[in-house]
Design a protein around this ligand. Sequence first.
Ligand code: LMR
Length: 396
Amino acid sequence: MFENVAIAPPDPILGLTETFKADPNPDKINLSVGVYKDATGKTPVLETVKEAEKRILAQEDSKGYLPMTGEPVYCARLQELLFGEGHEIITSKRAATAQCPGGTGALRVVGDYLHTLHPDASLWLSDPTWANHNTIFDAAGVECKKYSYRDPKTNGLDFGAMYESIKKIPKGDAILLHGCCHNPTGIDPTPEQWALIGDLLAKQGVLPLVDFAYQGLANGIEDDRAGLLELVKKVQQLLICSSFSKNFGLYRERIGALTVVGDNKEQADTVMSQVKLRIRYNYSNPPSHGGQIVATVLSDPQLKAQWIEEVADIRNRINEMRHLFVKTLKDKGVTQDFSSIIEQRGMFSFSGLNKDQVNRLREEYSIYIVGSGRINVAGMTKDNMDRLCDAIKAVL
Ligand code: LMR
């Protein structure tokens, strides 16, 4: 049965990391996968994570299965992070959360939920979006459609076009919105624009699915939920997929969540009962370690405060690199305007480099960028900036 199997195409993001690892050039630069690097080019384990792991190792007394929806303390802390402690959604218990293996695991469960309970619903994705969104929902059998997002002329948000295309989404469909730090563009709507989107979705009866994988990397843990909070003022029902890969640096621990917000507790719990079925046949119940780390840090006020500082360090270094990148290109005499990158937030920006230029950067300079021209600003350092900008100048 294996004779006629063709080799699958490489993944557009993780496949590049495999090629990068095999590249013998000691000066190679990886700006493809969304993984944070510190000033020395390493992906660090946060101090708060190390402290939490020490405590877990000392206290853990069982490796029994977690419930299908994971550790309740983790789920409670996650809701506080999403909405803020004491938010009405929390006090009225109209949110139900399941701990999931990464944001990807949560998205897949949503895909299975939509496909089986709402087989006629299409899911609308921003154009562009994270390459894996299409793949996950295609695999689940959910039809994906596109709504307008980026203005190629300004490399900013084309809110008018976004609004007009959302207006055309029929009742009963779902729309995926990026909570903050839009992947791949780094362009986010303002809170005022989120409110307008929320009004529109409520009026049209379209279900929002918020992919919230970068809380804290745009402007701060609390500031970054501003869009979500505007949205929940307008819509009663929504789904939220969370990830702690980036803001806790827990990439390989696969820790995320799916939160269902309903009109009331009974409705949220009913939907969650259906979600649980999909969890059971996908992976049965989530891995524990990442959730224990997050719950330990967020349950200890001192550790939580230290973590918020660590996230600020990550955010500030990325923003510093945004400025340095634009300045270095300018100093080297590049006339193309890259200044919009300074305004963007999170790990990613669209560089505007085309496929040929991206290929030349990889083949001639061992610089790895996703084919769409998306760059991971968090992979830039003061040490690799000159080499990177020289190479970009050469291929432009
Ligand atoms: C990315 O977009 O690079 C990250 O979210 C990692 C991934 O899984 O693709």
